[in-house]
Design a protein around this ligand. Structure first.
Ligand code: HPA
Length: 254
């Protein structure tokens, strides 16, 4: 293996990577408890990768129940320095229809009651991390460059609302999210991005639109079937994007 190890957190529709040549599956309890699943360490092409299924393997942990602290802590403990997160989202903006892929630059947090800091353990000093730019711009730029070289349409930027879930939003809630300036709505990226920042890990999100958010012009009722079908196709493109990024656009990997 060569180069630094990159972490990949896969979300709904991306519970495993078929192309990951698994070398090791690591089950490690952290001081924050157990991560969602064993971390699969291996190689994609020549790159070292640590893959973690956010919702467990099989998919069973709802967004508000994920032990985000353990997930970030275990990746850090394994030597990961950067994390590419894959997040299924609903599309609010016109450009974010089902199947669209975006690399968001901003987020707004609407969650409540989540453990989203390492600071509240024991007598650890409270750290007020800078979060003006919640995503790693260098990593985002590498993903953008990878999209160009792979010929994939990817939206550069966007604001993602992070809701509590697991239910989807009402139309009125989405109308408010739109007024607030959000382009996308998901349930997981705030918690991970904040913890990654505290842990000193670069973190960027590949947001994949699974459906038009409630009242945004899609079907009257959003079904899991629709979400799963859209994601199945879109994740092929996400995998191409990740591979291209690992192959040509990672520091230290030739
Ligand atoms: N809202 C929030 N999270 C989501 C959605 C949605 O419409 N679709 C997929 N994840």
């Amino acid at each position: 293996m060569s180069g630094p190890m990159i972490g990949i957190i896969g979300g709904t529709g991306f519970g495993r990577i078929a192309d990951l040549l698994a070398v090791q599956s690591v089950e490690l309890e952290t001081e924050y408890g157990w991560p969602s699943a064993a971390v699969v360490i291996g190689q994609i092409d020549q790159a070292s990768v640590a893959f973690l299924a956010r919702h467990g393997s099989p998919h069973r942990i709802a967004p508000h129940r994920v032990n985000y602290r353990a997930n970030i802590a275990v990746l850090k403990a394994l030597g990961v320095t950067e994390v590419i997160a894959i997040n299924a989202v609903g599309g609010i903006a016109d450009w974010a229809g089902p199947g669209a892929i975006a690399l968001p630059t901003q987020l707004i947090d609407y969650t409540h009651g989540r453990l989203s800091s390492f600071s509240d353990v024991g007598d650890r000093a409270v750290e007020h991390i800078d979060f003006s730019e919640p995503f790693s711009e260098p990593l985002r730029q590498r993903l953008l460059a990878a999209a160009v070289s792979a010929g994939l349409a990817v939206h550069d930027g966007g604001v993602i609302a992070v809701t509590q879930g697991p239910r989807l939003e009402t139309r009125a809630e989405v109308a408010r999210l739109r007024r607030d300036g959000n382009d996308l709505v998901g349930m997981t990226s705030m918690t991970e991005a904040a913890l990654a920042r505290e842990a000193g890990l670069g973190y960027a999100s590949i947001a994949v639109s699974a459906n038009a958010a409630a009242g945004c012009g899609g079907s009257e009722i959003i079904t899991m079937h629709e979400i799963e079908q859209t994601l199945e196709e879109a994740m092929q493109r996400v995998l191409r994007l990740v591979r291209e990024c690992l192959r040509h656009h990672s520091p230290g990997i030739s």
